[in-house]
Design a protein around this ligand. Structure first.
Ligand SMILES: [Mn+2]
Length: 241
């Protein structure tokens, strides 16, 4: 039996980027069915304003995820900073298991921390303050209780605002803080970390208390290609689809 585990993140699916939706649907129909499990480490969607939003392509994605989980492939999902309102109904509709951020898994015998990655960007203080606020049950309840149309309009405004904010921030502030990386890995007793978010795909080698440690950074998907980190019992490789 095939023993593969796949990791993806940062697809940023939206109506404006149909190529990415098409590539993801094809991935769910073909490549993903051959794997034991698929981990989606956040920002699957470029925006998510509630599990009740039927805006295309949301329903197509729900349906294809449901088909994959029904076929026996386990799918795990972490919320990103864009789709942090993905919730229980989405999980119920799709058969996808929502993961905490941070989550720790045993990846073929090695304890591995999974995170979207925004929690590691601790130099970005205004963002971290917003993150705390927007993850409180009160904030989320107040947002999700607004009419869908209002949420759609607000989301448009937020995206515009986020675009201008990003352009003003220095590049370093948008990357992870290495002290935070070390602290998180120590706290979770793990020598391997996999995350997305920064859109800087790489494999970083370093040491923790004299032991070799690894940080895998997943690639964002674009209209031309998507990257998948594939693990099996003998090792890992990047697949471009
Ligand atoms: Mn992100």
């Amino acid at each position: 039996m095939n023993q593969e585990i796949l990791f993806i993140s940062d697809l940023h699916i939206s109506l404006e980027k149909p190529e990415i939706t098409r590539r993801f649907l094809a991935f769910l129909q073909n490549r993903a069915t051959k794997a034991t499990a698929v981990y989606i480490l956040g920002d699957l969607f470029d925006a998510w304003i509630g599990d009740d939003d039927p805006t295309p392509p949301n329903n197509k994605i729900r349906k294809q995820l449901k088909q994959l989980t029904a076929s026996g492939t386990q799918v795990y999902l972490q919320q990103g900073n864009r789709d942090f309102l993905l919730g229980k109904k989405f999980s119920h509709d799709t058969g996808v298991t929502l993961l905490d951020d941070y989550a720790v898994i045993d990846l073929y015998g090695t304890s591995t921390v999974l995170t979207h990655g925004d929690l590691l960007c601790t130099d970005d203080l205004p963002y971290q303050a917003f993150r705390v606020k927007s993850h409180s049950p009160e904030w989320q309840q107040s947002v999700l209780s607004k009419p869908l149309l209002l949420r759609l309009l607000v989301a448009r405004w937020y995206r515009l605002r986020s675009y201008f904010h990003k352009r003003n921030k220095s590049q370093e502030i948008m990357d992870v803080n290495q002290d935070t990386v070390l602290k998180v890995m120590l706290e979770h007793k793990s020598l391997r970390l996999i995350h997305g978010h920064t859109h800087r795909p790489d494999l970083h080698h370093f040491e923790i208390n004299g032991q070799p440690a690894q940080r895998f950074v997943l690639a964002a998907w674009s209209k031309d290609a998507g990257e998948v980190l594939c693990w099996n019992p003998t090792g890992h490789q990047i697949e471009v689809i």
